[in-house]
Ligand binder design. Structure first.
Ligand code: SF4
Length: 257
């Protein structure tokens, strides 16, 4: 079997064999990479979000809109075309946007969509994760998410032995910017670490992918989905202070009046 068929078969096997009602937490049959990264913000919050869903906050909506703005020019491609392109031999790596991934870890199907994966002959040179936030700081859930994308690409059959990942954080105001929509903002240049203009500001940071660390993070997260432990709440007061669940959360660190 050639490499292309092997990768596509792996992907299809996961989706064709999903149980209707899963045995994971909340009756799920799979776990999204984005949910795992939320566990590293506050697992208790993730639990409350599933049990008592609230309408999205303004900040969440801005994040989603910003993300959609950034992908709006991405050419829609089928998974067959994307895998074919990823395996193509070329001198310099080129990005594929919104690359779908799926793999099984300890019997649990995990799925995700990579903002940008830069491929060259089946090797992943770079994974790019974009965030929209009032703070340009890189938080641990961002690392978890980007590194899980690297791991997932490896599990699908791509070479991740030299993969790096880049996290770009944009101010929410950037989502209005034409330069972002047309992907000509200078921050998209791989050697640019920061950029600001009249509309907004962005910072970009590059890191080496660490496989062992990522598997350890994933193992910890999966224990929760398998029902082997209770949700762990944050130890950071400031997260509780801005949390929309602080009034109903028994673990909140904020004293209510
Ligand atoms: S109040 Fe604090 S501990 Fe409770 S869900 Fe929100 S962030 Fe987590």
């Amino acid at each position: 079997m050639d490499r292309e068929t092997e990768i596509l078969n792996k992907y299809d096997d996961i989706f064709c064999n999903l149980p209707k009602k899963g045995s994971l937490k909340f009756g799920n049959s799979l776990v999204k990479v984005s949910s795992i990264s939320s566990q590293y913000y506050c697992e208790k919050k993730l639990e409350l979000q599933n049990e008592f869903p609230l309408p999205p906050t303004e900040q969440m909506q801005q994040g989603t809109e910003g993300h959609e703005t950034a992908i709006s020019l991405a050419e829609p491609v089928s998974k067959e075309e994307a895998v074919q392109e990823a395996l193509k031999e070329k001198e310099k790596a080129e990005p594929i946007y919104e690359f779908g991934i799926a793999w099984i870890h300890r019997g649990v199907p995990i799925i995700g969509r990579v903002d940008e994966a830069w491929f060259r002959g089946g090797s992943v040179d770079l994974v790019v994760e974009r965030k929209f936030s009032n703070s340009l700081t890189i938080y641990s859930p961002y690392h978890v998410q980007a590194q899980l994308y690297c791991l997932g690409l490896g599990e699908m059959g791509f070479d991740i032995s030299t993969t790096k990942y880049r996290i770009i954080v944009f101010r929410p105001s950037c989502r209005e910017c034409e330069m972002l929509i047309e992907r000509v903002c200078p921050i998209f240049n791989l050697d640019k670490m920061d950029f600001d203009c009249d509309i907004g500001e962005a910072g970009a940071f590059m890191y080496p992918f660490k496989k062992e660390e990522t598997i350890r993070d994933l193992d910890w997260a999966i224990e929760y989905w398998l029902g082997k432990r209770e949700a762990v709440s944050t130890k950071n007061h400031s997260k509780c202070r801005v949390c929309e669940y602080k009034n109903m959360c028994g673990s909140s660190l904020v004293k209510l009046p």
